[in-house]
Structure formats: C-alpha cells, structure tokens
Design a binder for this molecule. Structure first.
Ligand code: HEM
Length: 341
C-alpha cells in the first residue's frame, strides 16, 4: 500500500522515531511512502521520552556520532540494571526472591556500574553541548522515560481495543488542528476528549507502585497495622472497585467528561502519581509529554491491528516490575492520514 504524504508533515512528529528514519530515507528519492510495516509504539515512545528528558536534563538531544542515541541506550541499560528488582524493599516477605535473582549480590555492583555509565554519558555530552548537566538529573531521567512510555503504550492498546474511542479522539484532534503543519500547545489545550482518554488509561494501567511506611500503629478495615510497616497502596484495585467507579473494569474515557476528579493527589480514587508530600513532582511534565505525543499519533495516523487480528486478540496482561509494562508489546500498522481527504 502506498500513500502520498507531505514531507514536512511526516518529519515533524516522527523525527525521533525508528519509523521516521526509514520514512525519511525513502522520501529522499520519492514522495510516495510505502506504509506497510508494523510498528511497536512502545519503542517509538521510549526513544522519544529519552530524547525529551535528555533535552530537558542535559540541554540537548543526545546522539552519538554513529547515529545511535546514547540516552535511550542509557535508559535501557539502567532499567536492566535496576530491573534487578528489589522485592525485599517492596514486599518484605518476598525478600528471599532477591537471593534467587541475585539482587543482593548485584546491588553494590549495580549502583557502581550505573554511576560509571552516567558519568560516561554526561562526559561525552558535555564535550558536545557544554556543561549544563548535573547528576541530580538522574531522578528526572529515570522518572521521565519508562513511566510515560508505559502509559502511552497502554493508551494505544486501549484505543486499538476500542475503535470507537480511537475514532472519537482522532476526530477531535483533526478537527482542532485542521490543516496546520504542526500541533501546538493551544491545540492540545482544546483536546478535552484526549485528556479523558489519558486519564482513563493512567488509572486503569497505573505504571508505578506506591509505598508508604506507617508512622504509628493503626487499624484499617479490621486489620491491625503496626507502626513502621511498609504498606503497598493498590492503585490497580482502587480503579477496579465498583464502589468507586461504575463499569470499573472497562475503558470508558467518558467518565471524565465534565468531571472535576483529577489525579493531582486531591482525590483518593485516582492516584497514579501518588499523593502527599512525596507525590510525583513530574505530573505536569509527564502529562504535557503524554498529551502531546498521543495527539500527534492520533492526528497523523490511523492505526490498524496487524492482518488477521481483532481487538479481542490483544493481550492485556502486564509484567510486575519497577514500572508495570505490557507483557506482550503492542504492535500496530500505521497508515498516514491524508489531511486533504
Ligand atoms: C506517567 C508518568 C509518571 C508516573 C505515572 C509517575 C508516578 C510516580 C509515583 C507513583 C511516584 C511515587 C509517589 C508517591 O510515593 O506518592 C513518583 C515519584 C517521583 N517521580 Fe514520577 N511519575 C511519572 C513521571 C515522572 C516524570 C516525567 C518525572 C520527572 C521529570 C518524575 C519524577 C519523579 C520523582 C523525582 C519522584 C520521587 C519524588 C519523591 O520521592 O519525593 N516522574 N512518580
């Protein structure tokens, strides 16, 4: 299948993506672009997230001379290193798993290796764009890549599973943006339905576990909780509780239309970013990125499931880890949307 596309338009959003690279290469010789490949949005959004954070934390997109993006590489290696998940910390009685996974033995080594890796990247980066970096950026970098990528992949999964919602969100994006060559902040502000989609996706598939330690002994729903107990807040179960949400297991973005409930920590039934003094400080940053990327994905492309698959075939299982990802990466076929059609 081939489609005519405007060179300017495709370059705009895909400039960080895998798919863009091949698209751009082909466009040098022709304006007719074959659109038949299946892409895994998570690899696009992970790379995009790495670049956004790199620009904010280190002052520029970080690309090696061989064209590879080191920050994305750092992210993957860091997540792998930290992927030696500390069960003891989160679920104390599962601490014995640390022995099996080698976490305890590797912990010191992991921290050292990660530090060296970060130094390497920062040093190379400084040579390239000057010294604007700081190791404190690490928090921002770790917080800002994998979490947001997970949210976006889940959102695209739910949209692929619910084509009427996808259509409604696309219609909104295309109506708001019209034929402009670029989506800007003012456009995103008008995309009310897109925000409902993102809210619903965030709470249905919250990517991060929230933990707290009790300061005093207390009783909760008949259970005694001693002081200094590590408590896991089960955001997954809160979203699926029919006492709090109607059609609690379903993906229904409409529940957020004209609904003052939000995830900024004021409403206990929706806390994907935590709440209180240790709540995520990156909420605005994360949502700006997620809204912007999804608006672009929906505006520029129609997304089909691979041939022979239907929404019912999509696997919604997840993997337990520092960030909760889809077990089976989502794979979709992008078809460039022609604005003139
Ligand atoms: C969708 C994306 C994100 C989600 C779902 C998320 C979620 C969370 C959660 C649940 C916490 C723990 C909050 C608590 O214990 O109450 C947290 C902490 C944190 N997040 Fe995020 N986050 C996201 C994106 C970001 C971004 C983009 C940044 C930085 C640019 C960031 C930086 C941090 C930092 C530094 C902390 C630690 C705060 C502290 O310990 O005081 N996060 N995040």
């Amino acid at each position: 299948m081939t489609l005519k596309v405007s060179q300017k338009r495709v370059d705009i959003w895909l400039q960080n993506g895998e798919y863009a690279a091949s698209t751009r290469a082909k466009k040098r010789t022709s304006t007719v672009v074959p659109i038949s490949s299946i892409v895994a949005p998570v690899s696009l959004v992970l790379r995009h997230g790495g670049n956004v954070i790199s620009r904010c934390a280190l002052g520029g997109k970080y690309t090696r001379e061989d064209g590879r993006e080191s920050f994305g590489e750092l992210a993957r290696r860091a997540i792998k290193l930290i992927g030696a998940f500390n069960f003891q910390d989160v679920v104390p009685y599962l601490g014995w798993i640390n022995i099996l996974t080698g976490f305890n033995a590797r912990l010191g080594e992991t921290v050292k290796a990660f530090d060296i890796l970060l130094d390497e990247v920062i040093e190379e980066h400084e040579q390239k764009i000057g010294d604007q970096s700081d190791k404190k950026d690490l928090d921002m970098f770790l917080g800002g890549t994998d979490n947001s990528a997970s949210v976006m992949e889940w959102a695209m999964t739910e949209l692929a599973k619910n084509p009427s919602v996808m259509k409604k969100a696309q219609e909104e994006a295309r109506r708001v943006v019209g034929n402009k060559p670029k989506i800007d902040e003012a456009d995103i502000a008008q995309m009310e339905y897109l925000k409902c989609v993102n809210n619903e996706s965030l709470i249905l598939h919250a990517p991060v576990l929230i933990t707290r330690k009790s300061t005093t002994a207390t009783k909760l729903e008949g259970y005694d909780i001693p002081a200094k107990t590590r408590v896991l807040i089960n955001v997954w179960a809160i979203k699926r509780d029919p006492r709090l949400w109607e059609r609690s297991e379903e993906f229904v973005p409409e529940r957020f239309v004209n609904n003052p409930v939000d995830f900024k920590g004021h409403h206990n039934q929706i806390i994907p970013f935590g709440e209180g003094s240790r709540a995520c400080p990156g909420i605005i940053f994360a949502m700006a990125e997620i809204d912007y990327v999804l608006a672009n994905l929906l505006y520029w492309f129609d997304w089909n499931l691979p041939p022979g698959q239907t929404g019912k075939d999509l696997d919604l299982s997840d993997i337990f880890g520092p960030v909760i990802h889809k077990k089976v990466p989502l794979r979709l076929v992008p078809v460039i949307h022609s604005c003139s059609s």
